[in-house]
Ligand binder design. Sequence first.
Ligand code: HEC
Length: 287
Amino acid sequence: MTRQFEMAGNPGENEIIGLVSKVGKDSMRIDAVWPVISNRIRAIPEYVKLFKNAFDDVDSALDINITHIVNSIAAFEIHEWTSFDSPFDDYLNGNKKALKLKQIKGMELFYGKANCSSCHSGSLLSDQKFHSIGIPQFGPGRTRPFDPYARDVGRMVETDNINDMYKFKTPALRNVSLTAPYGHNGAYSTLKAIIKHHLNPVKMNKNWKPEFANLPNAPWLEQIDFVTFSDTREQDRILSSIEIKPIDLTDKEINQIVSFLESLTGKTKNKRPLGKPDRVPSGLTID
Ligand code: HEC
């Protein structure tokens, strides 16, 4: 909520980003911004009522703080958008016919020769850790204010630890076939392409072309968007941070993995518990 490139917007656009841009100066800390967000909720009686119902420790508007707000958003996201009713779940629950032969082969590769499960593990198919796999960089990403040009050093933006350079969190893979494009910046528009990237990250990165990302036509952004990609020293740093060794798979095997990833799609994907609301308590319009 306080990030310029995520929800807060650009300095000058609203009071939240205005305050965020002061963080670090005049000893101001990010937690000074949170009450401004909480106040927006506290000022709307309908929200206060909903928060009182939802949380034992909220008895009045002033009890609502950022923790209640982020926990509400997290609960909503989990409730509304996670699916555990995929053919893969049925298979794990003992229905051996839930997966097609091609998907079983893909699953065996995923947990075997292709080594995917060394990072994509557990019930969400993510170890929840950060790794560098050399996804081609473009766009502003989360550029740090003191960086000389637009680049995204990944986890290191948060930790300032050089060992975290270019690492991104392993994404969960449930419903992944519904969520193209792939990679933190959407560098690949198909599952097949992102899998091929994992199998030989250095080669795929070097041969990557902006067309692979299926970007809208925005010539005024192109110069800045691809500045990292044309900086050979930055490219060398990214490529040397990659943690994956190349693995040789046939085209048939890659298609089997795609097919396995498709089996991670929930059966009720289009029937979400709440769906789009007709209105929200703030009275803001809904697209
Ligand atoms: C070293 C850990 C690691 C291994 C091994 C690995 N992945 Fe990944 N995978 C990641 C990370 C990290 C990302 C996100 C990278 C980024 O956005 O910069 C990712 C991204 C993906 C995505 C894109 C998801 C999305 O929502 O954008 C898919 C699909 C995927 N991996 C599938 C696979 C498959 C299939 C294999 C095996 C062939 C595999 N991964 C092996 C770490 C790994």
